[in-house]
Design a binder for this molecule. Structure first.
Ligand code: GDP
Ligand code: MG
Length: 234
């Protein structure tokens, strides 16, 4: 059996208890020795109580609760800092809402053999999007086209949040220098990794519409992503 004891799954959450109740047991069932870090922004749906109640059952489950809602990007950064302070070699980021299939975690980690970063990509051959509303599909496609054009890189899915990283690749990035959030954060982080010399590979994933709860996507997040590539380039 593959050894996942040096890998950790980082899941930023805001009011996702209904999804976590299914996701956490499923992850540990398929990979009992992996670790999971949930970075929660003080959700008011009982997330903290639920996670604390299953802690004895899953000793490799960790919770980082922030007192304020500081956003998705900032939750990832705090999560990365936590991981860098512990003894893990690889980290996978994923959403809690089942848009990302936990069954693909082993493939993302396996592909770290060939790279420092593995992007779970919807836009390479074999990648797919299921049940997503047309406007979200168009937005995602246009956003990736726009970013690629301005930043002139060949990464095909900049805005996916399902990625695997080697610890050393993250260590090269000044995490405190990243101020963007949401999709802009995902773009900025990947861009900075590629500029730092990280070897980036893309692995096809199937993305599905969330199972429960609500998207936290907002106009502010989109606007930030429109401005960001220009700031990164110049
Ligand atoms: N900690 C934290 N997690 C967040 C925040 N906003 C979104 N998330 C989580 O990030 C993941 C993706 O967010 P989601 O709303 O599904 O975005 P979408 O997939 O683009 O619609 C989910 O697991 C959310 O719960 C936030 O402000 N703080
Ligand atoms: Mg989602």
């Amino acid at each position: 059996m593959t050894d996942y004891s040096q890998s950790i799954v980082l899941i930023p959450t805001l009011n996702e208890v209904g999804n976590l109740q299914n996701l956490i047991p499923a992850i540990f069932k398929s990979m009992p020795d992996i670790s999971v870090l949930v970075v929660d922004d003080n959700s008011n749906d009982g997330t903290e109580g639920y996670l604390n109640s299953i802690k004895t059952q899953y000793p490799n489950l960790f919770l980082l609760t922030r007192q304020k809602n500081l956003g998705y990007g900032n939750a990832c950064i705090d999560g990365f800092k936590w991981v860098l302070g512990h003894d893990f070699k690889c980290v996978v980021t994923m959403d809690a809402d089942f848009s990302h299939d936990y069954k693909a975690i082993p493939s993302l980690l396996d592909n770290l053999v060939d790279g420092d970063v593995v992007i779970g990509s919807r836009y390479v051959s074999g990648g797919k999007i299921e049940n997503w509303k047309l406007h979200r599909r168009i937005l995602s496609k246009v956003a990736n086209f726009y970013v690629r054009l301005i930043l002139q890189t060949n990464i095909s899915d900049f805005t996916t949040g399902f990625n695997a990283y080697r610890k050393e690749a993250i260590q090269k990035i000044n995490l405190n220098g990243i101020k963007s959030d949401g999709y802009a954060f995902l773009v900025e982080f990947k861009y900075k990794l590629s500029k730092s010399g990280a070897k980036i590979v893309e692995f096809p994933i199937t993305f599905s519409e969330r199972r429960e709860g609500q998207s936290k996507m907002s106009g502010k997040i989109i606007w930030e992503s429109i401005k960001l590539p220009w700031r990164l380039r110049f």
